[in-house]
Design a protein around this ligand. Structure first.
Ligand SMILES: [Zn+2]
Ligand SMILES: [Zn+2]
Length: 438
């Protein structure tokens, strides 16, 4: 008989930024204790899976590590990404209806180009899982709903030019929280305009505001986009007790969200209120995903949850209306953005790696092709303490590249190498599924 929910656990005992860092193994151990205590693993609806190890081919399909991804990660990262893949496989093989990977280290701040660790993330475990599904299971249209309090800037970066991946992130407004991005205006490059949806929420947003966003914006947009699969980047740090943020979501608010979202696969991201919130929020989500009543999951200190202000309620309503309008007009906006940009769309930006003290500067150019989503190039320059200036040029060829973009992408990296201004040169060919260091 098909089970309702597959669970994958990986607390990563041997990986930590430091022993007192908020992102540490206890994050999962308290949840695990609570799950065992409540007898959830004995329920007929739930099946536990052991995580597998992701392969380097899985990682290189998504990331370009400088100088090499193997130099930047540990086995714990491969198990964390592998745990997400295990969860996805259980769903794809129809052993379970849905799956939840409770793994760490997290991944949603890791971008395509990787110089080190930022926001506790080195490789993007959801993106690695998504591209594994595309490569091995023929999945095409994917929606990723990032419900972490921090903007999923890494996932956004990886899928910014991909019209087949709808990335929706709600988070505490970047003007008040790390990583300082995730505004409405970041909505994808012209060939993928509208498939990045950022919903910055004011500090103090509670269950009411969250469910307004969900009911009036996220669920209707998912319904329009019609993804083959829905992934939830499940960060629990919107909880009112979380020490790293300032939101007011409860375990019930999270569980009801999981119930409405009906994600095929959830992957744990942040959540740092280790004892007061994580066990409750995770248990609520597990029950909701398994189709079991979650009504009794209530935090003992629920009276400490602040109520949402009237100003916040109004702000959220205005933003939802604004996004509904953008979503309706996205084709017209995309056409205009293409006209404004011409043959190529360019972007320059600085990226800071808070965990490794690296400042990166990037120049990106994507061809606005009318036959495919376009190849793109990235020039990166990062000052890494102890390793000096790391420079690289990469060309990325999309999975459904037209012959002209495929040839032009290869030519671009070959030409850059002849000019010799960078230290490393990469070709990431998603069509042939390889990463080549030239
Ligand atoms: Zn977070
Ligand atoms: Zn093309």
């Amino acid at each position: 008989m098909k089970k309702q929910l597959g669970l994958v656990f990986f607390p990563a005992f041997d990986w930590a930024i430091s022993s007192t860092h908020p992102e540490r193994q206890e994050r999962l151990l308290y949840t695990r204790d609570q799950i065992v205590e409540e007898g959830l693993l004995d329920l007929p609806a739930i099946k536990e899976y052991k995580p597998r190890l992701a392969e380097y081919a899985d990682v290189n399909r998504v990331h370009i590590g400088i100088p090499d991804i193997a130099a930047l990660i540990t086995d714990a990262h491969l198990v964390s990404a592998g745990g997400a893949i295990t969860a996805a496989q259980a769903v794809m093989n129809k052993e379970v209806e849905r799956a939840f990977a409770l793994v760490r280290p997290p991944g949603h701040h890791a971008m395509r180009m990787v110089h080190g660790t930022r926001g506790f993330c080195t490789i993007n475990i959801e993106a690695i899982m998504v591209e594994h599904l595309r490569q091995h299971y023929g999945i095409n249209k994917v929606a990723i709903v990032d419900t972490d309090v921090h903007h999923g800037d890494g996932t956004q970066d990886i899928f910014y030019h991909d019209p087949n991946t709808l990335f929706i992130s709600f988070h505490q407004d970047g003007r008040t929280l790390y990583p300082g991005t995730g505004f409405i205006e970041e909505m994808g490059s012209p060939n993928a305009l509208g498939t990045t949806m950022n919903i910055p929420l004011p500090p103090g947003t509670g269950d009411q505001g969250l469910h307004t966003v969900l009911d009036e914006l996220i669920l209707p947009v998912l319904n329009d986009f019609k993804p083959d699969i829905i992934i939830n980047s499940a960060g629990q740090d919107n909880h009112y007790s979380d020490p790293l943020a300032n939101m007011a979501i409860t375990a019930q608010g999270y569980a009801r969200m999981a119930d409405k979202l009906k994600a095929d696969i959830a992957v744990l991201e942040g959540g740092y209120s280790i004892e007061d919130a994580l066990p409750y929020v995770n248990v609520g989500i597990i029950l909701a995903m398994a189709g079991i009543s979650y009504k009794k999951v209530v935090e003992p200190d629920i009276h400490k949850c602040p109520s949402q202000s009237k100003a916040t309620t109004e702000y959220i309503q205005t933003m939802v209306t604004k996004w509904q309008d953008i979503w309706r007009r996205r084709d017209v906006l995309a056409k205009q953005a293409k006209l404004d940009a011409g043959d190529f769309w360019h972007r320059k930006r600085s990226i800071y790696y808070d965990d490794s003290g690296i400042s990166e500067y990037q120049k990106e150019s994507i061809r606005l092709c009318s036959h495919c989503s376009g190849y793109y190039t990235v020039e990166t320059e990062a000052d890494r303490p102890g390793a000096g200036l790391q420079t690289a040029f990469a060309a990325v060829i999309p999975r459904a590249a037209c012959p002209s973009c495929k040839a032009a992408g290869k030519d671009a990296v070959a030409a850059a190498k002849r000019q010799g201004h960078h230290k490393y040169y990469f070709l990431q060919d998603k069509q042939q599924d390889y990463l080549e260091k030239l």
